[in-house]
Design a protein around this ligand. Structure first.
Ligand code: ZN
Length: 153
């Protein structure tokens, strides 16, 4: 087991045990449901975007496997305070990362802690778990109410 595998497991376990921001958001301006039928992961992602286009808060509720939950938890932390454009940029960087295409894409330097997901591409079934909440977030910002990993990937 490599150091990054070990770190990955620790981070996933930690966020799975105590997921951050896991609740509905009463003042949400955007929301969308994401489902991953292959694993049974289902989350609704809520965003509160202010008049200046800054994402003030990101929350989610639902259920799913450890990876999907940890990914939603970390996304909620990563996006708070970002602009919508930055959120789209992070989506692209994260998506490239979990597909193992990070080198070809824009430098994922902004990803920070999210880089623990860098080994996920080796487990294709898990890529959709990791990407689910991000697809839901993007659908919410795009004004679509629902997304499925079977459409999106
Ligand atoms: Zn899953």
């Amino acid at each position: 087991m490599t150091v990054s595998d070990e770190l990955y497991q620790q981070v996933i376990l930690d966020h799975n045990r105590s997921p951050r921001n896991m609740r509905a958001l009463a003042n949400a301006t955007h929301q969308a449901q994401g489902i991953n039928p292959l694993c049974g992961d289902e989350y609704t992602v809520y965003l509160a975007v202010d008049a200046g286009g800054i994402i003030r808060e990101v929350t989610y509720e639902g259920h799913g496997c450890a990876i999907s939950k940890a990914s939603a938890s970390m996304m909620s932390q990563a996006l708070a305070g970002k602009t919508i454009a930055e959120a789209h940029g992070l989506f692209d960087a994260f998506h490239a990362l979990v597909l193992g295409k990070a080198e070809a894409a824009t430098p994922p330097c902004e990803l920070g802690k999210l880089k623990v997901f860098s080994g996920v591409w080796r487990y294709p079934a898990r890529v959709k778990c990791a990407a689910l909440s991000w697809h839901a977030m993007k659908s919410a910002l795009d004004g679509q109410g629902k997304t499925s990993t079977e459409d999106a990937l």
